[in-house]
Design a protein around this ligand. Sequence first.
Ligand SMILES: *Cc1c(COP(=O)(O)O)cnc(C)c1O
Length: 382
Amino acid sequence: METLLTHLGREPDEQFGFVNTPVYRGSTVLFKTLADIDAQEQRFLYGRAGNPTTEGVEAIVTALEGAYRTKLVPSGLAAITIALLSCVKAGDEVLITDTAYEPGRLFADGFLARMGVTTRYFDPHIGAGIAAMIGPRTRAVLAESPGSVTFEVHDLPAISAATRAAGVRLIVDNSWASPLFHQPLKLGADIVIHAGTKMFVGHSDAFAGTISTTEACWDDVEGTRKLLGFFASGDDAYLVARGLRTLAIRMKEHERRALEIATWLKGQKEVDTVFHPALPSHPDHAIFKRDFTGSGSLFSILLKPAPRDALAAFLDHLNIFTMGYSWGGYESLCIPANPRKLRTAVPWTREGNMLRLHIGLEGVDDLKADLAAALERYARAR
Ligand SMILES: *Cc1c(COP(=O)(O)O)cnc(C)c1O
């Protein structure tokens, strides 16, 4: 994997020997003769379909995921919406995990509903039970493992056995683990998406998404993308490729630091629960150990119940952690989360203030000291 990340997707012989494929900017691609136009066989026909910079990224992700092919799209959300749209027509139904990334839910409840496609949400722990939910109109199942905010690990082999038997497509959001630690296609998924914005880019400075598929799903996914006109620019593709070159060492460091801090947080008296699947105390740890080879930078904690003021005391005076959406950069983030307002299939009933942490590449002791001071302020205000 480390060698694929460093060597794939670049062709120095075609770039005057320069190591990296440069940023290709271009809409028009020129043809020399009428015969060339008629044949439509040039490697590139029009910039919206891709260019050497975007194709370099796609080659890397295809190899890492063990996919047939991959398409780079403008954002992780675009990857979700294209993947879902590639499976459905009016009158169909999709099943989505209750812990899915919220904007994906909003797309299903808003946009897909308007197009005559209905959505039902399922318990992330459903496993083989998904078979009983699949009906004659079901076309796709969207899972995200582990789930956003609360980190439930999905039993993908059990879910994919049911989707395969029913001829339903299984789409998996694999942004958290990255293909280095988890490969859903090998567990029976049909389509894997990434918010490339997060770990792939790794520096909080660009948006990207990827969609990797089996051979059977490729024409539907690429056909849908093409008709919708989604295209990732050469500039952004360059930043994704640049990030991917160091993904392996970054993932290892994020994993080590996140685990160290999650373990330490478990012992703090203001902390009720730590939601990190790599901790043996996590309810889905056995499935995690079976299906994943490593863990990501992101996890959540539930603080003991306290008024909003105590949460403000925790968050407003952090020195190293900063507050903001997204994750995956070198900088640590801490943001309040409210699963209560997201869940419909399995209502969230736990009391307490929830925080989602992304552990960056700062010194671990500095990060701990920042959190220790924040926990002290929380305790005083509680
Ligand atoms: C951020 C995120 C997305 C969406 O990615 P964008 O590039 O921000 O559109 C999708 N899935 C997960 C799990 C995410 O965290």
